[in-house]
Design a protein around this ligand. Sequence first.
Ligand code: VGL
Ligand code: ZN
Length: 239
Amino acid sequence: MNKTALLIIDVQYDFLPPSGSLAVPDGESILPVIHDLLDRSKWDWPLIVASQDYHPKNHISFASNHSPHKPFDQLTLEDARGMRYEHTLWPNHCIQGTRGTEIEDRLVLDLMKLGDKVKLARKGTHEKLEAYSAFEGAAHPGETILPEQSPLSLYLRSKGIEKVVIVGLATDFCVLQTAVSAISASFDTMVLGPGIRGISPDDSEKALGKVRNLGGTALDQDHRDWTGELRRWIDPSTA
Ligand code: VGL
Ligand code: ZN
């Protein structure tokens, strides 16, 4: 049995050109790759998780809530757990109830065809907590932050999942942190280069290096034979 889940990270209008408030350059070019991955005649995922950045409008990460600071400034903030750390401030994005937080329409249609194999994982829903990783879930201040005990991790394990393939946006933030969580929760982890794009090219390259250093697999963004490589990774007996 295939024990590999597909994790689709934050493919939402605010992260997509042309009009997303935090559009990832070239982000739309991952859409055909994800569409292919959801073609049931080609791939058979036992489980697919789609994450959705889903912030209240007073979210801690928005520059607009830290006037006079501007988007992309770094600022030391104290979150709801009392942790103080350097935070990147963002333009308002993925606000609950807005079009920008919606998952891209055609992807939603693809997901609907897959019915109950699909699980939605919202994150960043608490006003004073950032959650880049899909494993941080709809975190509450009192909830565990250990990836291996997170609700998503327990859910994947309960479904017999041992490996995860990660695609989506953005390579240098939510894709990277989701991969870091997946690896620390002991899932065999692949970040599929052609299915990801980042905000900064430099940081995205570093993100792939970090995934490899931690023991995960990361295919380059321009990998030619990603379908063959992915099939062999999912099922080495086909090699
Ligand atoms: C993300 C910045 C802020 C992401 C989410 O999905 O990578 N980046 N919120
Ligand atoms: Zn966000």
